[in-house]
Design a protein around this ligand. Sequence first.
Ligand SMILES: [Zn+2]
Length: 193
Amino acid sequence: MIAGHFGLAAGVKAGETAAPLWALMLATVWLDIVFVPLVLLGVESIENAPGTSGGYGNVVIHADYTHSLVGALLLAGVFAAVAAVWWRTRVALVLGAVVFSHWLLDLVVHRADMPVLPGNAGDLPLLGLGLWRVPAASVAVELLLVLTGSWLYWRAARRAEAAGPPPRPRANRLGALALGAGVLTLVVDAFIG
Ligand SMILES: [Zn+2]
């Protein structure tokens, strides 16, 4: 679920044009970006799901801090607070919400491996609806997010152009680029894992 997160970011860009696309893209995968150094430090980890040999969706992710409900809310809050230094409050809040949207989308696909509290404190039930168990369904959901997000983005870009001057032919090309990048990520995601 990388392509799906990017698709959502493209869709949000259509509605909140003041938020830079790069910042939305960064926000949408922020939890996974923080996850990487924690994996290197051995604090969080990823392993093949039992009875599988890994690959797309066949993983159990022990991201007990970055992907805990409370941890994700905290990371979203920090992201929004930093964003508020550069952009107006509304844009910062949208970026924070996009950071948290990552957790919600992951909740749909992850097997039950997402804790409520950081470090799985209190041993509460782990969360995850497990759509990854049905790869065709989760790929379809990701593709839908990419196509919907790209379409919204493309439509908003066309409107901005129609509202001209100044003409911005760049916007259409950017929309096509976002769609291409989204589909490419999905293909890489699906076949390499
Ligand atoms: Zn994630």
